[in-house]
Design a protein around this ligand. Structure first.
Ligand SMILES: *[C@@H]1O[C@H](CO)[C@@H](O)[C@H](O)[C@H]1NC(C)=O
Ligand SMILES: *[C@@H]1O[C@H](CO)[C@@H](O)[C@H](O)[C@H]1NC(C)=O
Ligand SMILES: *[C@@H]1O[C@H](CO)[C@@H](O)[C@H](O)[C@H]1NC(C)=O
Length: 188
């Protein structure tokens, strides 16, 4: 296929899947968490809000991160499907440039290029703001964002502060959806 055909197919499929996350031009370059300490970031994070992501279907979405001896991070994303079965996917995250430790790449399938995982802001103990954006041909970009927390819910005033930070990073917070974190006892 010619480049333009590829482009239009990509645009159509992506637009059909998730029209709200496509934007003109290149990705913004938001600032990330200063002095990011990956050790403190390990453990379980629950998804509180997200920019719609087509590959997530279930409820009770959560991520488990653990540091491997080689300094990379083992990633296990889990969710509960509508049939009450648990679905998990495993991947690896790594810091690509040690001078930018809050910018990671996450890969879930061998041979597939990794996706960006930018920690915009975290206090390690309660919340994390994660941003992911990919450029396509310098013409448009597709972005994802997550509010993660150490608990399945966050106080509203903290959510509001996090929305302000996401806005400053160029994310349209009106497009965020609240993740369903009820009925998750079986996940424990
Ligand atoms: C990162 O956090 C760990 C665990 O709290 C701590 O032991 C380590 O000293 C921290 N690293 C830096 C560079 O601050
Ligand atoms: C790592 O980041 C620094 C600071 O942004 C940059 O100067 C350097 O070129 C980067 N190194 C690589 C290999 O990309
Ligand atoms: C969240 O999920 C639970 C259990 O799957 C379901 O009963 C409930 O209706 C859902 N809530 C919303 C707001 O979709």
């Amino acid at each position: 296929m010619k480049a333009l055909q590829v482009l239009s197919v990509l645009l159509l499929t992506a637009a059909a899947a998730d029209a709200q996350s496509i934007h003109r031009g290149n990705c913004p370059r938001p600032s990330v968490q200063e002095d990011f300490n990956i050790t403190k970031y390990m453990g379980t994070w629950y998804e509180v809000e997200k920019l719609p992501a087509m590959f997530e279907r279930g409820t009770c979405n959560q991520a488990m991160y653990s540091l491997l001896p080689d300094g990379t991070v083992s990633v296990r994303n889990s969710e509960l499907l509508s049939n009450r079965k648990m679905n998990s996917v495993e991947g690896v995250a790594k810091v690509k440039n040690s001078s930018q430790p809050a910018i990671l790449g996450v890969s879930f399938f061998k041979g597939v290029s990794d996706g960006p995982y930018w920690v915009l802001s975290t206090d390690y103990l309660s919340y994390s703001l994660v941003y992911s954006c990919s450029d396509y041909f310098g013409l448009f970009h597709i972005d994802f964002a997550w509010i993660l927390a150490r608990t399945r819910a966050l106080p509203e005033d903290l959510i509001n502060q996090l929305h302000d930070k996401l806005s400053a990073a160029g994310v349209d917070v009106n497009l965020l959806t609240v993740s369903n974190q009820t009925g998750c006892d079986v996940m424990s």
